[in-house]
Each structure stands twice: as C-alpha cells, then as structure tokens.
Design a protein around this ligand. Structure first.
Ligand SMILES: *Cc1c(COP(=O)(O)O)cnc(C)c1O
Length: 251
C-alpha cells in the first residue's frame, strides 16, 4: 500500500480537539469490546504522528498518549531528536516514558537510524532485516521489541511476509539474542468499507493463535498490531491489542 504522507503537512490542531477525538476513539473501542466480550484494557493505541507537527505531538502527550508512531526512518529520527529535547524540560510531568514505534517499512540501510529512536519495530518482514536489527541492537547493547509484519490480504505491492511463511520466520526471529518477538502486525486493504478489512484481521488472529499454540515467541508473544483510523473498530472486534491511529486523532 502507499505510505504517502498526508498532503496537509503541518496543521494547527488544538489540545481540546485531540482530546475530543481521543474520547470518541476510546468510546468506539469500548463499544466494540462490549460487542465481542473483550476487556478494553486489552487494547492500547499508538498515536501515528506522520501527518502532524510538533505542537500536535506535544498535544498527544498532554492527553496521555505516550506511545508514538512514525512510518519513515528519517522523520522518526528527526522527531525523536526534537521531542527528546522537549522532554528534557518536562519529563517529570508525564505519567511514564514516551515510546517510539516504527510502523512503516524499514530498509536495512536505515536500521541504525531507526534504532537510535525506536523502542518497538512493527514492520519486520524478512530474515535479512531481522538479522540486521539484531546485529545493530547487539552493537548498541540493547534489546528491541519487534512485530512480524504479515501480508494477510494478498495485495502484491504490500510489505509483509506471506501467511504461509510467517510461523517459520517468527521461529527464527524468536531465537535472535537481541530481539523480542512480541506479536504480529498487518495492514488492512485500502478500501472505503472497513468490513472489507475483516477477513485480513481474522486471518492474522488465526495465525497468531496457531503460533501461540506452537509456543513461538513464548510469553512475550502476545500482541496483535492491527487497525488504523479507517478500520480500527473492526480490528478490535477481531482481536487487535494495539491500534495504530493517526488521522482520526487529528481531524
Ligand atoms: C500512517 C500509518 C498508520 C496510521 O494511519 P491512519 O489512517 O492515519 O490512522 C498506521 N500504520 C501504518 C503502517 C501507517 O503508515
């Protein structure tokens, strides 16, 4: 799918608007959970900031969203550095640490850049990339939480390992010293009707259940990163534990 930036670029947005959006999203998550008998506590949200500027990012922190996501290495790196300077002034006012999530495709030559900022990478989709991350993390003497990105909708242009190859790759990743395989990630097809994304999410959840049965990743393997502004309600109904939401927070 196209990871093009939103054309609006840096837009002015107030904290109260973000707060209102977050409240609406939270209510939607809660009612989706009620419909399928899940606890809303199982579901958390990464605020994807690629379409907004620093004021909106600070607004997110103000309303308590401390998990932030970017989809491009260069921007992750810039925002990470900028926010770090900002936080040095106000860390004690936050509920906890800010965590950066890399949600977009990672080229191997950008792994170093990404690891300077990211705590979590949602988009590991090849053995070579996993090895490159493990190797760099080793040199940095740190661990990295990673998701295996799976292409469940069989759109040829999309990133992600095919469903049939996921368990094997997951097994290999889970043996890497500096990586912690924390779950699976997928992107729904780009469609206007969120119902059309449901089979994609169902398939990821089935794969997840199978891999857990096989004990791949052990206890750490417990999250399903799926659902964006368009389709997060359906994703929650199908078992998502981490939603990656941008537009709906900032509209
Ligand atoms: C942009 C992006 C999101 C958030 O998309 P919205 O439609 O703005 O909610 C989530 N995941 C990935 C990988 C993205 O690139």
């Amino acid at each position: 799918m196209s990871l093009a930036r939103y054309s609006s670029g840096v837009m002015a947005i107030t904290k109260s608007r973000i707060e209102k959006n977050l409240r609406r999203i939270t209510e939607n998550i809660e009612s989706a959970c009620r419909r399928v008998g899940r606890s809303p506590k199982e579901v958390s949200l990464v605020g994807v900031t690629k379409s907004v500027g620093m004021p909106a990012i600070k607004g997110l922190l103000d309303v308590g969203v401390l998990d932030l996501g970017e989809s491009r290495a260069q921007e992750l790196s810039q925002r990470g550095a900028e926010l770090r300077m900002h936080l040095q002034r106000r860390r004690n006012q936050l509920r906890g640490p800010v965590r950066w999530h890399m949600v977009g495709h990672v080229q191997r030559n950008k792994v170093r850049l990404v690891l300077e900022v990211a705590d979590v990478i949602h988009s590991v989709d090849s053995l070579r990339l996993a090895e490159a991350i493990d190797d760099r993390a080793d040199r940095m003497e740190r661990n990295v939480d990673v998701f295996l990105q799976v292409n469940c909708s069989e759109e040829p242009q999309k990133f992600g390992v095919p469903v049939g190859a996921a368990a094997h790759l997951g097994e290999l990743i889970s043996t890497m010293r500096n990586l912690r395989l924390v779950g699976l990630m997928t992107m729904g097809p780009l469609v206007d009707d969120p119902e059309k994304a449901r089979p994609t999410f169902t398939r990821l959840c089935e794969l997840f259940v199978d891999m857990r049965k096989d004990k791949i990743g052990g206890d750490a393997f417990r999250d399903l990163s799926m659902g964006m502004s368009q389709d997060y309600v359906v994703a929650v109904e199908e078992g998502a534990t981490i939603l990656r939401i941008g537009t709906a927070l900032f509209e």
